[in-house]
Design a protein around this ligand. Structure first.
Ligand SMILES: Nc1ncnc2c1ncn2[C@@H]1O[C@H](COP(=O)(O)OP(=O)(O)OP(=O)(O)O)[C@@H](O)[C@H]1O
Length: 349
């Protein structure tokens, strides 16, 4: 195959399209000059559950809108299922389902009517409609209320119905923009099950979220985005292990400065802690390490040998929060309230 053919020219997907989504150096600047996306590149494989994670205003919605052709990049290029979003927007739209932040269902209509309408809008053939509607109602657990008007539905039910409507044309790629924001834990779990099911059936899922737990639970890989730039990409476990292992939190019987320093000196003599970074706390100290049973027993033996009495000990596994914090240097990063402030170079893991 010639190079020319494998590049996307707007005439359709190349035969060797590997990626469901591919973006190269995308910049998006709004008319008022806001540079919402600044040099974003990413590749999502077919069948992947990919997360796009960042605080309020990081550029998630702007990115997702450009991926589904609602916004054009100021610079750079995007292909979805091999179709260029600028050259071939119709082909892209036929390939995707897009669940926006605001539900797009008609509250005057019942779930069955909403799905029928979506089938008409997406051009699902009449012979296929009835069967597809029933399957989707089953999938999102709305059979019981299929003929009730949706205006009185809970937030979670509306979201489930919305999620079903974006699937009527069986798109290979589904974009979910913060689909569970504002839902209670039970409603969130039900949506997660549903998203997992469609992914297991082969659909590529691109999910934006502010919830670290959500990304951790669902995603094969994810990118962390901040100020319009990807700061890290990797599998959740890989990202978490990049933080440097588990956090040991040690409470000392005597947490005075001299005893704490003595304890730290004793532990630092162990090879695996020689380079570790210790922090003193009100009650003792913390240190991060790759944990195994030998490390933990040697840790306690060292403290014992130095006559240090430990009154409490906790081990915390790293979270994606820790990854965010580590990547945003010494500035505070509060993902939920969107106050990550300092940009960091991208880390590929
Ligand atoms: N239509 C617009 N005109 C100008 N600036 C905009 C517009 N839409 C978004 N922005 C700005 O672009 C930046 C990125 O916004 P975007 O909505 O993409 O972030 P987000 O990560 O999706 O945030 P949220 O989690 O709050 O939805 C923000 O600074 C936002 O204020």
């Amino acid at each position: 195959m010639s190079l020319e053919k494998s590049k996307n020219t707007g005439t359709g997907p190349s035969d060797d399209t590997t990626y469901a989504i591919s973006a190269q150096d995308v910049h998006i600047t709004y008319e008022d000059g806001t540079e919402a996306v600044q040099g974003l590149s990413l590749e999502v494989e077919r069948g992947e559950f990919f997360g796009f994670l960042g605080p309020n205003g990081a550029g998630k919605t702007t990115t997702i809108k450009s991926l589904v052709t609602l916004l054009h990049p100021t610079q750079g290029a995007i292909q979805v299922e091999g179709f260029d979003t600028v050259e071939d927007p119709l082909a892209v739209r036929e390939s995707v389902g897009y669940m926006a932040q605001e539900t797009s269902i008609d509250r005057e209509l019942t779930p069955r009517e909403n799905l029928r309408l979506a089938c008409e809008l997406y051009g699902v053939s009449k012979s296929e409609r009835a069967d597809r509607i029933e399957k989707l109602l089953d999938l999102v657990d709305l059979q019981d209320v299929a003929d009730e008007r949706s205006e009185k539905f809970s937030g979670g039910m509306k979201k489930r119905l919305d999620a079903a409507t974006v699937l009527v044309h069986r798109p290979p790629v589904v974009f979910l923009d913060e689909p569970t924001t504002g839902l209670d834990p039970e409603a969130r779990r039900r949506l997660w099950d549903y998203f997992k099911r469609i992914n297991e059936e082969g659909t590529t899922v691109f999910l934006t979220t502010q919830y670290l737990e959500e990304a951790d639970h669902l995603c094969d890989r994810l990118s962390l985005i901040q100020d319009g730039q990807v700061v890290a990409t990797g599998a959740p476990e890989t990202l978490k292990s990049s933080v440097g292992g588990d956090l040991f939190e040690v409470t000392l019987a005597d947490p005075s400065k001299s005893r704490t320093e003595r304890a730290i000196r004793a532990v630092r003599k162990l090879d695996q802690f020689a380079e570790a970074s210790f922090e003193t706390t009100e009650n003792g100290f913390t240190v991060r390490t790759e944990r195994d049973s030998e490390t933990t027993s040697e840790f306690f033996a060292a403290l014992n040998g130095a006559n240090i009495t430990v009154t409490d000990f906790n081990i915390q596994s790293p979270t994606l929060d820790d990854v965010f914090l580590a990547l945003t240097a010494d500035e505070s990063a509060d993902v939920a309230s969107g106050t990550v402030t300092e940009s960091a170079p991208e880390v590929s893991l």
